[in-house]
Design a protein around this ligand. Structure first.
Ligand code: ATP
Length: 513
């Protein structure tokens, strides 16, 4: 089995074993691509949401939040283009009977070509040593240039065919590239068909009068239809933003990657309303701002890259993804889209209501343009979780499993451990818990030898362990052990709260943005 797959399997089993993510309705054998967040997962998810919300809403005085309903008037989805165009191209393999997204099959093929480039780079770096100039190598090495041209050519052709709805050419491309079913190796493909991703449901008691509804496939439309309400009641001046977090639903064709691609998931979206003509400038600014937000968590610059879209969605005039290096390779984590005035103009047309902004500086009304940032909360969860899980070799020859979740996001900030279950140590530990719990999540653990308790907290992702021992009774000091370095420091009981607060406080982390 490929190493990548092993790592990913470990991530999934660790998420279950340590109370982060469970399969939905597991006792009934689960529901495909639907997951439940467990006692630790819910805290991590909440912290990621809060970290996003503070960065977007609290720290920007021209961005406000809303919480729109999941159900929306069905015309919304006609206007937004989702009824007609929210499709994925699907293809079936006739032998294995497995269903795939045609574009994903092609993208995976391209990823293999890109992996060859990476291999060339690694080889060259070894050969040239310190004098290796990666940029120059990428720009001049003929083999690399050939691979890159091939990859670019494939993506361009796919983008064009999808844009022109030329599904026959998408199939032709799959055949020309010799792409086989990853499971069976068969190249016996059906034609490519479009498949609408929205879930339908009904509103109303009786079958005749019931109204067809959709579960929202994105949160953005709840922002667009409320644009004028927020602008007027909040007396917002362009440029301004509206942010929202909430559930979205997509009947994904293929969903085999744990919480990377779910049928019910959560998005964190922000629509920034701007003057027409300024979209390029804001597009660049938001790309930079969002990348900085990611980098502030310290999960490694090399794990992120931008990917500019060849194939633009029906609403966009420019779009890029921030991709993250997941255990199965670089994949989209967040999208930054320049949506023009498409959505507001469409809602004007379908609702018959004006959705315009009167610009006092220009002394005229216009439909604003929109710059969107859209990130999947569950995908961000997977990015954090998979990147944090490490197997470390220790000096004494043993290994430890540690979940190095950035302290600001960790579900539990500290565990308080009495060295022994007697001599008054549990009481002192409990007293410390009673003090700390007002500021952050803490847990008490008295079972097993202290070394084993440290390991348990390492694997659960708790950044600090505070140990109460006999010396505590004499001089009011305790040991704080740091998860990442395993360093221990002796500190005064009265300082514990401040030491931990400093390292888990969002303020400290968000200042890096
Ligand atoms: P993909 O190409 O992976 O299907 P997308 O381009 O359709 O994603 P967007 O419509 O731009 O995604 O949605 C914005 C964000 O929502 C994505 O960057 C991703 O983080 C998240 N997202 C989209 N679909 C899912 C899903 N099925 N499960 C979890 N998160 C998702």
């Amino acid at each position: 089995m490929a190493k990548q797959e092993d790592v990913f399997k470990k991530v999934i089993s660790h998420a279950k074993e340590y109370g982060y993510v469970f399969q939905s309705s597991e006792i009934y054998d689960g529901l495909s691509a639907v997951y439940d967040y467990a006692q630790n997962g819910v805290e991590l998810k909440k912290n990621i949401r809060e970290y996003w919300w503070q960065a977007m809403v609290q720290l920007n005085d021209n961005i406000v939040g809303i919480d729109a309903a999941i159900f929306m008037h069905p015309t919304t989805w006609k206007a937004s283009g989702h009824v007609d165009a929210f499709n994925d191209p699907l293809i079936d393999n006739k032998d294995s009977k497995k269903r795939y997204r045609a574009d994903v099959l092609i993208e995976d093929h391209v990823a293999k070509i890109e992996a060859k480039i990476d291999k060339e780079v690694t080889k060259a770096a070894k050969r040239f040593g310190d004098s290796f100039d990666k940029k120059q190598f990428l720009e001049t090495n003929q083999r690399v240039l050939d691979y890159q041209a091939k990859a670019d050519g494939i993506l361009k052709r796919m983008g064009k065919s999808l844009e022109n709805e030329d599904l026959a050419d998408v199939k032709a491309l799959i055949e020309e590239l010799g792409i086989a079913c990853p499971l069976s190796g068969s190249k016996n493909w059906t034609d490519v068909k479009q498949f609408n991703l929205m879930f339908g449901t009904k509103l109303g008691a009786s079958a005749d009068s019931a109204m067809d509804l959709y579960l929202r496939p994105e949160t953005a439309q709840g922002i667009f239809v409320n644009f004028l309400n927020v602008q007027k009641t909040g007396r917002m001046k362009i440029p301004f933003g509206i942010a929202q977090t909430g559930k979205a639903f997509r009947n994904e064709i293929v969903a085999r990657q744990f919480i990377f691609r779910m049928r019910e998931f959560e998005q964190m979206e922000m629509q920034y309303f701007i003057k027409p003509g300024t979209q390029q400038e804001w597009y660049e600014k938001w790309k930079e701002k969002r990348l900085k937000w990611h980098l502030s968590l310290g999960m490694g610059e090399d794990n992120y890259r931008f990917h500019d879209h060849e194939k633009l969605a029906h609403y966009a005039d420019a779009a890029a993804d921030i991709e993250f290096k997941f255990p199965f390779g670089f994949k989209e984590l967040e999208g930054i889209h320049s949506r023009t005035d498409f959505d507001l103009s469409q809602h004007e047309e379908y609702s018959g209501k004006k959705l315009q902004y009167f610009d006092p500086e220009e002394n005229k009304s216009y439909v604003p343009y929109v710059l969107e940032t859209s990130i999947g909360l569950d995908r961000m969860f997977l990015a954090v979780f998979s990147n944090s899980l490490k197997e470390e070799e220790l000096e004494n020859g043993t290994t430890r499993t540690v979940l190095k979740i950035p302290a600001v996001l960790a579900p539990t900030k500290a565990a308080v451990l009495p060295l022994l279950k007697r001599d008054g140590l549990p009481e002192v530990a409990q007293k410390l818990i009673d003090e700390l719990k007002w500021d952050f999540n803490v847990i008490y653990d008295e079972k097993d030898a202290v070394g084993r308790r440290y390991r348990r907290q390492d694997a659960a992702g708790t950044p600090f362990c505070v140990t109460v021992d006999h010396q505590t009774l004499e001089d009011d000091t305790v040991t704080i052990r740091h998860r990442d370095t395993m360093e221990q420091q002796r500190v005064k009981l009265s300082e514990v709260k401040e030491i931990i607060s400093k390292e888990v406080d969002m303020r400290y982390w968000l200042q890096k943005i």
